[in-house]
Design a protein around this ligand. Structure first.
Ligand code: ZN
Length: 122
């Protein structure tokens, strides 16, 4: 085989690998069914809610967040700065909305992320 043949085979393999990897990569972002929002108040878990279900969640008497179209948005808060409301909706794993005065944290999580974290710990 000539050197050029090796390059050709390498290129074909690279393309094949990309075709295999890209849908998996996109699957992570499209996999909103597996995405959840975890709400913590003052470091204590308040609840975990699926992003695939549109709903309004009242967080104690201080904050209200809304899940709509796979996104979470803080819609009401009694904090003086209102920064959490101005932050806008989140939906990507790892994104957070923090209401500092009320110590409310919304964090997007997914089952995949948790499994990966467990793997790192062990
Ligand atoms: Zn706030």
């Amino acid at each position: 085989m000539k050197k050029r043949d090796f390059i050709l085979i390498g290129a074909v393999l690279a393309v094949a690998l990309l075709c295999w990897l890209i849908p998996r990569g996109l699957g992570i972002f499209a996999g909103e069914d597996a995405s959840q929002v975890r709400i913590t108040v003052a470091g204590e878990e308040y609840g975990t809610y699926s992003l695939s279900e549109d709903q309004t969640i009242e967080i104690n008497d201080t904050n209200v967040c809304e899940i709509q179209n796979g996104e979470v948005n803080m819609t009401e808060a009694d904090c003086p700065d209102q920064l959490c409301i101005h932050q806008g909706p989140i939906h990507i794993q790892g994104e957070t909305i923090v209401c500092l005065p009320n110590r409310v944290v919304l964090e997007i999580t997914g089952m995949d992320t948790e499994e990966q974290l467990d793997g790192v710990v062990q």
